[in-house]
Design a protein around this ligand. Structure first.
Ligand SMILES: NC(=O)c1ccc[n+]([C@@H]2O[C@H](COP(=O)([O-])OP(=O)(O)OC[C@H]3O[C@@H](n4cnc5c(N)ncnc54)[C@H](OP(=O)(O)O)[C@@H]3O)[C@@H](O)[C@H]2O)c1
Length: 252
């Protein structure tokens, strides 16, 4: 059975991937994963494809086993996997809640790795693996320290994996957007507001997702949506991070 599998499909970019891919690919089923079942059901009602809902917390230890069983039982052929579930919380590390600090690592790194590990054996030639990193991956970020570190992991992991699986015909695309207009900031800003310039950098979800899908079609490994973030990525390669850290710790 040919499928598209999307984690984090109940909101933001994951939901938008489901909507855009629904119009662009033909598979047997879309498998949508997130905790909020009613959101997934409402999205399923919008899509032209048959949908299978996994209302699951993917950080729970039993999730990879459940996913693997479902993949095996349905003889799944994953044409596209989108690893989109993720969250970040702004604020200093010392003042962070333990569940947020370790939760970001659990969801953004461990669960993403486990889902990917379960899915790879069910991906054949000319399939796509799309990973949500962030422009926060490009440089360490005081006040977003754990989140930025988790996204550096996703970027590094995805780039290495892209090389490993290319010869099997699996193409990895990792995307690194700046701020995108989703519910992400409802959680991110629960204790502290973002930098004031966030509102000038914010991109619409539809535009970001369209750019990522186009990049995945062209087998591009890293995509940084928007001109400003492309420039940011370029300068973060050129300027020593010690200098960036000094400057960024002075900006509020
Ligand atoms: N928005 C931005 O500015 C931005 C920028 C760069 C990168 N990103 C990254 O892009 C990805 C998508 O973010 P977004 O902006 O679309 O955020 P969002 O609107 O907050 O959506 C996050 C999704 O993750 C799901 N999720 C959270 N915890 C989960 C868990 N334990 N188990 C299963 N699903 C879970 C949520 O669903 P439930 O709550 O229903 O479980 C939701 O569907 C994330 O990895 C984020 O780090 C976002």
């Amino acid at each position: 059975m040919k499928i598209v599998l999307i984690t984090g499909a109940s909101a933001g970019m994951g939901r938008e991937f489901a909507r855009q891919l629904d119009e662009q690919v033909r598979v047997d089923e879309f498998w949508l994963v997130a905790r909020r079942e009613e959101r997934l059901e409402s999205l399923a009602g919008e899509l032209s494809h048959k949908v299978r809902i996994f209302a699951e917390d993917i950080t729970l230890p039993e999730f990879p086993g459940k996913l693997e069983t479902a993949l095996r039982e349905h003889d799944a052929d994953i044409k596209i996997l989108v690893n989109c579930a993720g969250f970040g919380v702004l604020g200093t590390f010392a003042e962070s809640e333990m569940t947020d600090a370790t939760g970001m690592v659990d969801l953004n790194c461990r669960a993403l790795t486990a889902v990917t590990r379960c899915c790879i054996p069910y991906m054949r030639r000319n399939s796509r693996l799309i990973m949500a990193a962030s422009s926060a991956a490009f440089v360490p970020q005081p006040n977003f320290a754990v989140y930025a570190a988790t996204k550096s992991y996703v970027l590094s992991f995805s780039r290495a994996l892209a090389e490993e699986v290319r010869t099997s015909g699996i193409y990895v695309t990792v995307f690194c957007p700046g701020p995108v207009a989703t519910e992400f900031f409802d959680i991110a800003e629960k204790h502290t507001e973002s930098y004031v310039y966030k509102k000038y950098l914010m991109l619409p979800t539809e535009k970001v997702v369209a750019e990522v899908i186009a990049a995945a079609k062209h087998r591009q490994t890293v995509v940084t949506p928007g001109v400003i973030m492309k420039l940011f990525r370029f300068y973060m390669k050129m300027i020593p991070h010690a200098i960036v850290l000094k400057i960024s710790s002075k900006i509020k």
